[in-house]
Design a protein around this ligand. Structure first.
Ligand code: AFD
Ligand code: MN
Ligand code: MN
Length: 424
């Protein structure tokens, strides 16, 4: 299914009067509104190929139908999102789930939809059919060198697939760890992992980056070999200038101050990218901004402040990706909501008067500092997002149009109800 431009224009025409009224009033109380709109027009968030189908838990999975059955259909789904919001112009692939049979054809299809390839992900947390050695006790940290070599070879192959598609980064997330005290020698596990990562790093093209994603627990419950940002940063520093830490918002222990982590990683020049999602308890992979939008805003505040200090371009300096799982919602609706939440937090963070905040900090005016942040957070920037979308040819209200056009029903008609998208 494709959404024709005239359907979007027609929708925008119907919404225009009320949009303009809201935009006019927003412009009155947001001094830098035009600059914010320009920044929003550039901002793109990558969609994970594995979030287009219905996710599940270990208890069950309740598919909603019309799920993409192939890489082509995953691209088409992202094409739908991008047509509606003009902010989902890239995809993050997971190998081997998304090995393209014909990379050139996939590239042409993606280009036609305005989609580029963000970081490619390796998978050594599952055993694939026909795989010689098992990852039951880990991959890059495994005590058996043959298992480590197999996992290294897989990562090198992932880079090769990425190169063929025009990607320029690999994300390595390891499930390696231990579930019981005594199972693992932490130091040796770290050293083996580092040695394995060095081999993968050595095969990176010179323009590529390696993102090392950490996670506090699950599937291992006693220790994770890349368990927090300190460990990820250690690997990244030891590996070299092409290695960076990737922050997945759901991968921290409860109450972690993620915004402070982000600030310091940026300071060190070692923040590579993001996996956005939201959570209440753990790695819940919920819709971005659905549980704690204030935290998301505070993270964006640190990002914008830190990137500006270093002269890093907001839209392209870091890899912005979603990593979510949709158990009860339509995945495409959920992704539209997630991209919207990210852009709202980004736009609000652009409203902060950094000079004024800095003055408050230097004079210990704690009350005023809080007021500055909360004034920005409580500003309704949605008319600015809508205007940025309209100017880019997107829909003023993407979610409404998605429903008006009965996109899911068309996808079900096209693909049936029993197709299962690869992923978790
Ligand atoms: C994991 C991690 C990691 C991985 C993904 C696989 O967040 O990003 O690639 O899920 O679905 O929890
Ligand atoms: Mn992730
Ligand atoms: Mn996760």
């Amino acid at each position: 299914m494709l959404i024709e431009a005239n359907r979007i224009q027609e929708h925008d025409r119907r919404q225009l009067l009320s949009h303009e009224a809201q935009l006019d009033s927003a412009r009155k109380f947001i001094p830098g509104a035009s600059v914010v709109i320009e920044r929003l027009r550039e901002f793109q968030v990558a969609i994970p190929s594995w979030a287009l189908g219905t996710g599940g838990t270990r208890f069950g999975r309740f598919p909603g139908g019309g799920e993409p059955r192939s890489l082509e259909e995953k691209l088409q789904d992202i094409g739908l999102l991008h047509a509606l919001n003009r902010s989902s112009g890239s995809i993050s692939l997971h190998i081997p789930w998304d090995i393209p049979s014909d990379p050139e054809r996939i590239k042409t299809l993606a280009k036609g939809l305005g989609i580029r390839f963000d970081a490619v992900n390796s998978n050594t947390f599952q055993d694939q059919q026909g795989q010689a050695l098992s990852y039951k006790f880990g991959s890059l940290h495994h005590v058996d060198q043959a298992v480590r070599e197999q996992a290294i070879a897989h990562n090198v192959e992932v880079i090769r697939h990425g190169v063929a598609l025009g990607s320029d980064a690999i994300t390595v997330w390891l499930s390696d760890g231990s579930s019981y005290p005594g199972q693992l020698n932490f130091r040796k596990a770290f050293e083996r992992t580092l040695e394995s990562l060095r081999k993968i790093y050595a095969s990176l093209p010179s323009n590529w980056k390696m993102y090392i994603e950490y996670k506090a627990y699950e599937p291992n419950f006693y220790s994770m070999t890349v368990g927090d940002w300190g460990q990820s940063l250690l690997y990244a520093q030891k590996l070299g200038p092409q290695a960076f830490t990737l922050v997945d918002l759901g991968h921290h222990l409860p109450h972690a101050n993620i915004e402070q982590i982000v600030s310091l990683l940026l300071m060190e020049g070692k923040l590579g990218g993001f996996h956005f999602n939201d959570s209440k308890y753990g790695d819940d992979d919920l819709t971005v901004g659905s549980i704690n939008p204030y935290q998301l805003f505070l993270i964006f505040h640190e990002l914008v402040e830190g990137m500006d200090v270093k002269g890093i371009k907001h839209s392209s300096g870091l890899s912005w990706m979603i990593d979510a799982s949709h158990n009860v919602k339509d995945p495409l609706e959920d992704l539209l909501q997630s991209v919207e939440a990210i852009k709202i937090a980004y736009a609000q963070s652009l409203l902060i008067d950094q000079a004024e905040l800095n003055h408050c900090q230097q004079t210990n005016d704690v009350t005023r500092a809080q007021e500055i942040l909360q004034r920005a957070f409580r500003t309704d920037v949605r008319p600015l997002l809508a205007e940025a979308r309209r100017l880019e040819g997107g829909a003023l209200q993407p979610l409404d149009l998605f429903r008006e056009l009965k996109v899911r029903a068309s996808l079900i008609k096209e693909r049936g109800t029993s197709g299962v998208a690869t992923g978790l």
